[in-house]
Ligand binder design. Structure first.
Ligand code: ADP
Ligand code: MG
Ligand code: MG
Length: 902
């Protein structure tokens, strides 16, 4: 009997043991550090504690069994390799403790550098660095600051104030002017701050520092701002983070040292070249925090030619290896280059298209892969309007175009105020000196973000790009005074509430409201682009990728359009028909009078007269639409809303009657209307007399519409066009409803169409759950189904959309009951299941049954993937979403996994 031996899970991996495909286990940072190690790039040695360890810790509140021993073993091996012991007083090994989840979450998780320093090893570190006391004390104060802030929740400002104070006392604003003595004194101050806030002394034991830091990284997974970011980015909440323990290398050893970030292509435009920032004599975070002004990476060539060439070589190798834009963190320690991080870099929407196109040109990827590398959300962003500039508008400042778009709004200076005003429906621009993770909610609420400090890699820039939000960073002409809620620029003072316009493409900032115009990509779709710009890299890439999407997709894309003008525009955007033409508007405007007559009709004769008067008006509307969509199918929905929606509201009628009576006028008609409105009042109009129910209750109403459609089709076709009408009956729940309507409609159609060659299909919406569940029966009477997923969602959940979105959706999102509103993206498990059942059972009853969707989900990327999977024939969406749906339908066909390529 072999005793079952307990094997502990493997929780710790040396860098040499991992690779880039182990992101689930090692996190993105750890997996890529391992990959670089194995590529032979100079990565400081270290190890990664897995996300499994984190999850186990978060589940139980304790480190899982075996973890401590495994860390010990890997630490010992690291110490052996480095020939130093963690925190050794004479010759200390120092490490960084770095979080790294599967998906990069900028600024969300915590990193602590210089772990292992204490009152004794700081002396050893100085000796190690050839007696560089300044460096040793600078490193120590950084440790206390980072450890205090991220591990022990000491307010970061306390440390900031202390260092500002030290600089002030020295009469400088540059931290490099603080000498060893100043920094030693600062360490004392920091320790006092630490003790005051935590009730304990700064831990001197290196291993305790390490363990506390690791635990803090685990716990930061559930920090408020990490949760907000995940929700915003739709990152699952249960992935956990890995922890990387890395031997320290030092960029703060003097002028021959430094630290920087680099991109293998421009993450804003996609242009090829060398992009990045470098900061001499600095450590890690300094570059991104915008604490001192960085120099462009190109200057490194002059500062340290050898490291520069080496870096360029590694950048080229990484790009070839990852076949994509890489973003890199590096440090130079006394002329020796170290690679500290790489990942496939975030990029703007424009850059995503441009880079995908370039990589195809360079033979690194094929068109299918290019299609997979972009997404509908990015395309939607490229269709945002741009500023229309003429000489009237002069920028008052120019910062860095950190995240493109044109944003106009009222200036606010705090995250809370941004949230407040945005909730009142005001567009706001969040203005800060620099942003930090606490500004996240304000950034989400704002139309645009404007900072006076920080480069392309600052927190504001990175987070804004991730959110697709317009951002100008580092507009250093702005003097921002947050407490006073003002900024001054070019001699002018701008107060909270004043309007500014920011251009995230050029970095320009304007006072007042600049008018906007259609983007280049929209002009390309509309065919109005200046021919000279057809060769623009972005337009070329969009053209190429869209062409491939169209060639690849199985789903057709139609549009929702109620007028000829909408139909024409949608056709230019690539619509292949109309999936939903609502007829409600044909009862509005000056036709209300006729609708009132219809409703008030006391006799058959009066009703027939009203309908007869409506007929030619509707026919004319359909003619216009069928002409624009010649040769393409047009699904016309018979009237859907309850008729009382066409009458004035009760209160208004009551006042009209009272006023008319007062004046002694004839109130007969007003009184009749009032009585009708009272009679027709419904407690739940959404569930009342509407859709097919109206058609069955009001004689002649649907018949009139069917006749108008048939006559218009014949007229357009006879005139040389080609109308392909599909009549759609709304709100059907039982096949008998549809059969009744259909029998009447077919008679009229046969009579009108004659030998004109026009073919009119009759089908139904599937938007009542019962219809989905009896789809097999309904298909016997329907030539097509169109899923009305808005109503289907309302009725499947029992939600009245107008009531629930404002009332409690925020809470449901907060509780994770759903990750995204089911009105935005289809609820695959519930509503989606109804769609699936109806599609399968409908097609089983009537092979070849045409299936489409006409709810707003038709233009939502993730939903498009679902509709592809379920096997629908087409989606229909608003004209502006048509290109997005085309792209996503193509992506679904090449990568049937979901809409997000992360
Ligand atoms: P983030 O996820 O916020 O980028 P990182 O873990 O990458 O956090 O670390 C923050 C900064 O510290 C980065 O600039 C990084 O390059 C630097 N850094 C991390 N580990 C080390 C190390 N072992 N030696 C030197 N610098 C480091
Ligand atoms: Mg960080
Ligand atoms: Mg980093």
């Amino acid at each position: 009997m072999a005793a079952q031996q307990r094997v502990d899970n493997k929780y710790v991996y040396d860098f040499a043991e991992g690779n880039k495909d182990l992101k689930d286990l090692l996190g993105g940072k750890g997996a890529n550090l391992a990959e670089m190690t194995n590529l032979g790039l100079p990565v400081p040695p270290g190890f990664t504690i897995t996300t499994e360890a984190c999850k186990a810790y978060l589940a139980t509140g304790r480190e899982p069994a075996g973890l401590a021993e495994q860390i010990e073993a890997h630490l010992e091996s690291l110490e052996r390799g480095m020939g130093r012991k963690l925190g050794d007083p004479a010759d200390p090994l120092l490490v960084s403790v770095r979080s790294g989840a599967k998906f990069s979450m900028p600024g969300m998780m915590e990193t602590v550098l210089n772990v292992g320093l204490n009152d004794r090893s700081v002396v050893g570190l100085s000796a190690q660095a050839g007696g560089n006391d300044r460096f040793a004390w600078d490193s120590y104060r950084r440790l206390i600051q980072m450890f205090g802030k991220t591990v022990c929740e000491v307010p970061g400002e306390e440390f900031e104030h202390a260092i500002d104070e030290a600089k002030r006392a020295k009469g400088t604003t540059n931290d490099l002017d603080l000498d060893a003595d100043d920094l030693r004194a600062l360490v004392d101050t920091y320790k006092k701050i630490f003790a005051e806030h935590t009730g304990r002394e700064f831990p001197q034991e290196p291993r305790e520092q390490l363990d506390l830091a690791i635990r803090a990284v685990f716990e930061s997974w559930n920090a408020e701002r990490a949760i907000v970011y995940r929700r915003q980015e739709r990152i699952p909440a249960d992935l956990g983070t890995a922890v990387n323990v890395v031997a320290m290398v030092f960029g703060n050893l003097g002028p021959d040292s430094g630290t920087g970030v680099a991109f293998t292509r421009d993450p804003a435009s996609g242009a090829q070249g060398i992009y990045g920032d470098y900061l001499a004599n600095a450590q890690g975070e300094d570059v991104v925090a915008g604490i001192r002004n960085t120099v462009p990476l190109q200057e490194l060539e002059r500062i340290d030619r050898k490291s520069y060439d080496e870096l360029l070589d590694y950048m080229a190798r990484l790009e070839g290896h990852y076949k994509d834009l890489c973003d890199i963190e590096f440090t130079i320690e006394r002329g020796k280059l170290w690679m500290l991080q790489t990942r496939v870099g975030k990029r703007t929407a424009a850059a995503a298209f441009v880079i995908a196109g370039q990589l195809v040109d360079e033979g690194l990827i094929d068109l299918d892969e290019a299609l997979h590398r972009v997404n509908g959300a990015q395309l939607a962003q490229l269709m945002f309007p741009r500023f229309k500039l003429d000489h009237e508008f002069e920028p008052v400042a120019k910062g860095i175009g950190a995240s493109p778009g044109a944003a106009v709004g009222k200036v606010v200076f705090s995250s809370d105020r941004a949230v407040e005003l945005a909730a009142e429906g005001e567009p706001v621009i969040l203005v800060r000196r620099e942003t930090n993770p606490d500004d996240l909610n304000g950034m989400i609420a704002a139309r645009g973000i404007l900072t006076s400090r920080g480069g392309k890699t600052s927190h504001a820039a990175v987070v804004a790009r991730g959110m697709g939000k317009t951002c100008v960073s580092g507009a250093d002409e702005l003097d921002v005074n947050v407490p006073a809620k003002t900024f001054t620029v070019a001699g002018q003072t701008v107060n909270e509430g004043d309007v500014v316009s920011v251009d995230g493409t050029t970095g320009n900032v304007y006072l007042g409201e600049v008018p906007v115009m259609p983007s280049e990509v929209v002009q390309y779709f509309e065919g109005t682009l200046d021919p000279e710009r057809i060769d623009d890299p972005l337009v070329r890439a969009v053209h190429r990728i869209m062409t491939h999407a169209d060639a690849t997709r199985r789903l057709r894309v139609r549009t929702n359009a109620d007028t000829g003008a909408d139909a024409a525009r949608a056709r230019r955007f690539g619509a292949e028909g109309i999936g939903l033409c609502r007829t409600e508007h044909m009862f509005l405007g000056d036709r209300r009078e006729l609708v009132e007559r219809l409703i008030l009709a006391g006799t058959d004769r009066e009703r027939e007269d009203a309908l007869a008067a409506l007929l030619p008006l509707q026919r004319a509307d359909f003619i216009e639409i069928f002409r624009e969509m010649a040769g393409l199918p047009v699904t016309v929905r018979l009237i859907d809303p309850p008729l009382h929606e066409f009458l004035p509201p009760l209160e208004q009628l009551a006042v009209n009657v009272a006023v008319a009576q007062e004046r002694g006028e004839d109130v007969a008609k007003e009184e009749a209307l009032l009585a009708a409105v009272r009679r027709m009042h419904e407690e739940n109009p959404m569930l009342g007399l509407r859709g097919v129910r109206l058609g069955l209750v009001i004689p002649g109403l649907f018949a009139m519409q069917v006749r108008a459609i048939a006559e218009a089709s014949v007229e357009v076709t006879r005139a040389g066009g080609s109308a392909c009408p599909e009549i759609m009956v709304p709100l059907v729940g039982a096949v008998q409803e549809l059969e009744t309507v259909r029998a009447e409609a077919e008679k009229i159609i046969a009579e009108v169409v004659g030998d004109s060659g026009v073919e009119v299909l009759i089908g139904t919406m599937i938007e009542v759950p019962r219809a989905a569940l009896t789809a097999g029966q309904i298909a016997e009477a329907a030539q097509f189904f169109s899923f009305g997923t808005n109503d289907l969602t309302q009725m499947a959940w029992g939600f009245s959309r107008d009531d629930v979105e404002g009332a409690f959706f925020w809470r449901y999102l907060e509780l994770g009951i759903f990750g995204i509103s089911p009105f935005e993206s289809i609820d695959r498990d519930g509503v989606g299941r109804l769609v699936r059942i109806a599609a399968e059972e409908g097609r089983a009853a009537r092979p070849g049954l045409k299936l489409g969707v006409c709810g707003e989900h038709g233009g939502d990327p993730d939903s498009v993937h679902f509709f592809h999977e379920v096997g629908l024939d087409y989606v229909s969406c608003s004209p502006f979403r048509v290109p997005v749906a085309r792209l996503e339908a193509g992506r679904a066909a090449v990568h049937p996994t979901g809409s997000d390529p992360r």
